[in-house]
Design a protein around this ligand. Structure first.
Ligand code: CA
Length: 220
């Protein structure tokens, strides 16, 4: 799951990036509204954490443009404690949720899980295709009687597949969801992760579609 963080405050930006990476998200961080809009055009991200007070274009303007271009990407706006008007404006402009500074990182993580779940059309907090299930709050995976804890990257990969059961994801689609811009990706990184997940959950947890990519079965 790849997040775009738009934040001009260095300390908050750094702390948030670290916390998100620790929680198995890939994070790209930009510090002004213009860059945010340019990056959002590429549609590489699954959610945006958007500060409102930003240089060049403010967060509300970014949000307005994003929705005007019909982009449905989940957006959480971040506002100052006393900025009730901005929160209302932001929600009315199409934000999905908001956080008040200074926010608790665990609250941010829970809100992210919730909007990503809603985006996937899921009501249950546990992702499942009826065969394999994954709890985003604990990173615990289950397959039949086997239950195990996944590493951050393994979790990110299995989550990407379980959000679209029955759909083949290619190597580059998986890499895009697991790694941010500044991260070096070894050519066999995806194979390595798949191998690790299969070793823990059983080889039939993820299907390899030769020459195309990987998938988990759709719930039948
Ligand atoms: Ca700011």
């Amino acid at each position: 799951m790849r997040i775009l963080l738009v934040e001009d405050d260095r300390m908050i930006g750094e702390a948030t990036s670290v916390a998100l990476r620790d929680a198995a998200y890939a994070v790209d961080w930009v510090q002004d509204g213009e860059t945010a809009l340019r990056v959002l055009d590429n549609q590489e991200h699954q959610a945006v954490l958007l500060d409102l007070g930003l240089p060049k274009r403010d967060g509300l303007e970014v949000l307005r443009q994003l929705r005007a271009s019909n982009n449905r990407l989940p957006v959480i706006i971040v506002t100052a404690r006393d900025a009730v008007e901005d929160r209302i404006k932001g929600l009315d402009l199409g934000a999905d949720d908001y956080l008040v500074k200074p926010f608790d990182i665990n609250e941010l993580l829970a809100r992210l899980r919730a909007i990503i779940r809603r985006q996937g059309g899921q009501a249950s907090p546990v992702l499942s295709n009826g065969i394999v299930s994954l709890d985003p709050a604990t990173r615990e995976a289950r397959h039949g009687d086997v239950q195990c804890l996944l590493s951050a990257r393994e979790f990110a990969l299995l989550q990407a597949l379980l959000l679209r059961p029955g759909t083949i994801l290619t190597r580059s689609e998986l890499e895009e969801r697991i790694y941010g811009w500044n991260e070096e990706v070894e050519s066999n990184a995806v194979d390595f992760l798949i191998h690790g997940i299969r070793k823990k959950l059983g080889s039939d947890a993820i299907k390899n579609v030769r020459g195309a990519g990987w998938m988990v079965a759709r719930n039948s």
